[in-house]
Structure formats: structure tokens, C-alpha cells
Write a protein that binds this ligand. Structure first.
Ligand code: G3P
Ligand code: MG
Length: 247
């Protein structure tokens, strides 16, 4: 299996608290070449790495992420819920995460999460600004979203940005929507993917990525369908590590 096809989901979220710097490092240590992280805006427009609308599940705080700002978000512990050894992890500001990803030499899939069209547009613009400042190689960045408005806004700011459309199940007009947005890839829930659809996506010239795949043996047939890569919480199950053997 090729390491580039195995993308650490939320960093590597079985090994460290999801969407933290520790999770990104854990992915790199497990051997992934790419990580996926989720990006949202705080109330003051700061982009941070976080999956949920609220901070309840993954921090010691409560409430909507949008009720926090750049200062108050730093007071939350985003690691202890996962294990005492991760106490002190914070919700990363996007520039911190991008700097680490650059330093580790990883590629990154930024998944843009927003609760409204206007928030999606703001997020798309903010993310491109942060990417430009971070000086990441554009070929090592893929911006994806369930929200077309976020992708439109990103591409408007940076025409050469690689973008991917996410659907749980592909809609009837997936080909037209992806082409209109200028997407290079299609990301979908592997549980709903059929062989026929996989072949159609590949025949239409898109890359095909599946989430969230944590069962390596159940996924084996899907590779034959032409799937280019997977998002997994458990990269350690897909990547062979350890010293090379003779012969
Ligand atoms: O980007 C793929 C996958 O992460 C989408 O679902 O909810 O895990 O962000 P979710
Ligand atoms: Mg995600």
C-alpha cells in the first residue's frame, strides 16, 4: 500500500486528540504523508482547527465555538479528554497547524466547516489568506467542503487552489457540480459508494477519496474500484512500519 493514499483523519485521531497539533504529529509518526483537519471560524473571524460546532465534546469547555475568540479559545484544554498525557493541548489556530504541517513536510486537506452560506464564504476567504501567509506548496494543499460556497470563495481568491467536493452520498448531478466548482477530487462516505459510481467518478477524471475508513480488510475491494485514497483515524492499521527486512 502506498503511504500517500492513507490520509490521517483529523490528524490521526485514534492516536491523539483529534484536530490537535499532537494528532498531526501522531499522523506523521505513523507514516502518513497527508493529514485531513477541519477548519472553522471563531466569533471574531479567527480560523481554528476543530470539527464540531461546539467545544463540548473535545475540550473542557462548553458552548458554541462561535462564542469564543482568539484569546478565550486558548484557555480550553483540548487534550485531557483523550488522555492525561495530552493535557495542555489547545484548539490550534490555523496558522499554527499549517506551520507544523509545513515543518513536518506533510500535505494537508483542509476541510472547511460552516453553518451558513455567508459563514462559508468568509471561511473560504480567511483560509486562503492563511495559506498564503504560511507559504505552503500549493500542490500539497487540498481544500474541501460539504459547502459549495466555501469552495467558491476559496477559488475566487486563489484560482490555482486544488479543491474537492464532499458528499456523504453523491447527488445525481455530482459531475456537473464538481465541474462547475473546478474540483479535482470527490470525497464521499465509503459506506454509500458503489462500484459503478466509483468507476464513473474515475472515468470523469476526478480523484476519489473515501471517509472514514477504519477497517482495512473490509475496504480491500474498494481499492480495485480505483479509489485514490482514504481518510482514516487508524493509519497504523494501513501503513506497514518497522525496520526494513532483508529479501
Ligand atoms: O473530510 C472527510 C471527512 O472528514 C468528512 O467528515 O465529519 O469527519 O469531518 P467529518
Ligand atoms: Mg473532516
Amino acid at each position: 500500500m502506498i503511504a500517500a493514499r492513507i490520509i490521517g483523519h483529523r490528524g490521526a485521531s485514534s492516536l491523539a486528540p483529534e484536530n490537535t497539533l499532537a494528532a498531526i504529529r501522531a499522523g506523521a509518526n505513523a507514516g502518513v504523508l497527508w493529514v485531513e483537519i477541519d477548519v472553522r471560524l471563531l466569533g471574531d473571524g479567527t480560523a481554528v482547527v476543530h470539527h464540531d460546532k461546539t467545544v463540548d465534546r473535545c475540550t473542557d469547555g462548553t458552548g458554541l465555538l462561535s462564542h469564543y475568540d482568539r484569546m478565550s479559545i486558548r484557555r480550553l484544554d483540548a487534550g485531557r479528554w483523550f488522555g492525561d498525557e495530552f493535557a495542555g493541548e489547545r484548539i490550534p489556530l490555523l496558522p499554527e497547524a499549517l506551520a507544523l504541517i509545513r515543518d513536518l513536510g506533510l500535505g494537508v486537506n483542509l476541510e472547511l466547516k460552516a453553518t451558513s452560506r455567508s459563514a462559508a464564504r468568509r471561511l473560504g476567504a480567511v483560509v486562503v489568506g492563511e495559506l498564503t501567509t504560511a507559504v505552503l506548496p500549493w500542490e500539497g494543499v487540498l481544500v474541501s467542503s460539504f459547502e459549495p460556497a466555501a469552495l467558491e470563495a476559496s477559488r475566487k481568491q486563489a484560482r490555482s487552489l486544488l479543491i474537492g467536493c464532499i458528499w456523504s452520498r453523491l447527488p445525481r448531478d455530482w459531475r456537473q457540480q464538481a465541474a462547475t466548482l473546478g474540483a479535482v477530487s470527490i470525497h464521499c462516505n465509503w459506506r454509500y459508494l458503489t462500484e459503478r459510481t466509483a468507476h464513473a467518478v474515475k472515468a470523469a477524471g476526478f480523484e476519489l477519496y473515501c471517509y472514514t475508513v477504519n477497517n482495512s480488510s473490509a475496504f480491500l475491494p474498494y481499492w480495485e474500484w480505483g479509489v485514490d485514497g482514504i481518510f482514516t483515524d487508524r493509519p497504523q492499521d494501513f501503513l506497514v512500519s518497522g525496520p526494513p527486512t532483508n529479501g
